[in-house]
Design a protein around this ligand. Sequence first.
Ligand SMILES: O=c1ccn([C@@H]2O[C@H](COP(=O)(O)OP(=O)(O)O[C@H]3O[C@H](CO)[C@@H](O)[C@H](O)[C@H]3O)[C@@H](O)[C@H]2O)c(=O)[nH]1
Ligand SMILES: [Mn+2]
Length: 715
Amino acid sequence: MKKTMELNKSTVPQPITTIYRLHMFIHSIIMVALIYYRVSNLFKFENILSLQALAWVLITFGEFSFILKWFFGQGTRWRPVERDVFPENITCKDSDLPPIDVMVFTANPKKEPIVDVMNTVISAMALDYPTDKLAVYLADDGGCPLSLYAMEEACVFAKLWLPFCRKYGIKTRCPKAFFSPLGDDDRVLKNDDFDAEMKEIKLKYEEFQQNVERAGESGKINGNVVPDRASFIKVINDRKTESEKSADDLTKMPLLVYVSRERRFNRLHHFKGGSANALLRVSGIMSNAPYILVLDCDFFCHDPIAARKAMCFHLDPKLSSDLAYVQFPQVFYNVSKSDIYDVKIRQAYKTIWHGMDGIQGPVLSGTGYFLKRKALYTSPGVKEEYLSSPEKHFGRSKKFLASLEEKNGYVKAEKVISEDIVEEAKTLATCAYEDGTHWGQEIGYSYDCHLESTFTGYLLHCKGWRSTYLYPDRPSFLGCAPVDMQGFSSQLIKWVAALTQAGLSHLNPITYGLRSRMKTLQCMCYAYLIYFTLYSWGMVLYASIPSIGLLFGFQVYPEVHDPWFAVYVIAFISTILENMSESIPEGGSVKSWWMEYRALMMMGVSAIWLGGLKAILDKIIGTEGEKLYLSDKAIDKEKLKKYEKGKFDFQGIGILAVPLIAFSLLNLVGFIVGANHVFITMNYAGVLGQLLVSSFFVFVVVTVVIDVVSFLKVS
Ligand SMILES: O=c1ccn([C@@H]2O[C@H](COP(=O)(O)OP(=O)(O)O[C@H]3O[C@H](CO)[C@@H](O)[C@H](O)[C@H]3O)[C@@H](O)[C@H]2O)c(=O)[nH]1
Ligand SMILES: [Mn+2]
């Protein structure tokens, strides 16, 4: 058999893609028919100002929202792609691999436990990649002294941990994961020494953990965020001692740097985007690797060869010239089987990202991606235009400007990062450095949207860059998902508000995206995500108008004997089948589909709706807060227990309870009144459609109530 030397392979799954397209064709005919039905009937009302006509207009608007969202969504179903990589086929020597700078972001030790953050840092240091090509940076946006101390301790521990992993070929290189059930396969006896060494390493790990916790608890070291502060940078592990070791030395360690940019009360800091831009500059004069691996603090590396896998794309001459990033999915280690809130966001990582991969590439998902540094500075195929007036774009640091011209990272003879460089780096991390430059606009991460990564990725695609998506069997990175309604909703509100705000800005996918270098189908995919709020408007109107109609005795659907009634039934079945066809083949069941569907309905009338509403109101009133919710990574045991049992936990949801309760009651009362009316008059023809819709909502509410009540009984 001929041995193929390809680095990667892509396939379009069949026959599902053909079925999708066929369905697209049929469903679009149904949708056009529905639009025709709604609009043509609108003009039949004698009194266009009647309550009945108003209801008709509103339900039409709701259906339009659904249809438009469906239409945009077809971009994500047109040509899904699945990829495979063959890192064993990378032919270049390890010494010729391109350097990678790993950037880990953290902001608040109260929500992001420091020991967990350090686990992510250690897992990145332990990547199976030539250590002199690897640099690990922690961007501590909280400027917390305890984080710095913990990083020094982590470095000490890593000196034992890295050789241990390498010696025994450990795959689970995040220590906390290794000592948890996630590391079961790795903890099986390898040889006689292994057990003893593992016990010793475990003690050292616990010692490290205790040192950090005690230092915090005793108050010896400040464990709080320092919100107003100067920039601070410390090289924790330099390359000097490393360079004396031989290349195959098990004890080799990557460059390790702690960075806390300047933050001031009276200065905009632009959240993670601001922190990332500061770190781009700092790392630019320290290691300046051409590729960057970005990790949120809770996303540890779970597959040591992830970097080599990513290089299977970046080093492929057929792809590399316009490839901006390789995205891995966000996989969460704490997702339960029933996943009542759909915190794993299956649709994004299992459907949409694959769909976009077949067009121009997946969304930049905030974490778990290997990005070409240059992509944040220029467009593909354009001769580095910024080099003509670099100061205007990048600011005045000579060292930084010089870094832009280096091709393959910063390789200095003496291997020590001098005091000069550290001082310059501190300047690069000040608030004022960006004044009068293009950082946050054309250069680096965009400040135009709070969802800095998604939006920056969108702008990269607008510039003509591509991206690829790799979903390996063993998760390359693992993170932690919120496990209660409050945690997940807060995240959704933040995302939807940010996306809607982008959709209302001049950089929206319709007027800006379509005219850019982005492909039309890719624009549709982005429109689907950015205007996801459309779904919630459809949902809110469907959750209210039909039952209000039952209460006040007006009709918003065709009569049962009208052939149009059948069209509605077909539209409903077609929608559900489309939904199931995505959700079930992915190792799911009808039950898992229902959990996902129900979660989306609930979020649709609460978090998603309020998020979109907030953005629209902000736009009208002109208020845009500089406040951002930081997801909690310190998972509460009680909450986790409820979630794992599939019991809803509504604690702390605040204002979200209002629409949830209001729509539940409305449908309940509407259904009772409507059913009663049918019972008395024995005439159901006109109201059956409405009864079915509201009974569907009542059914959802009842299933949720059962899940809540059955938990109260057992606990
Ligand atoms: O001012 C800030 C706020 C956050 N972060 C860090 O950014 C990361 C993401 O924040 P998180 O609250 O966990 O956001 P999520 O909603 O969980 O994450 C998604 O959405 C974010 C945008 O809101 C993206 O930045 C993330 O990468 C993406 O995973 C974390 O490591 C934070 O420490 C900062 O560095 N500075
Ligand atoms: Mn997160």
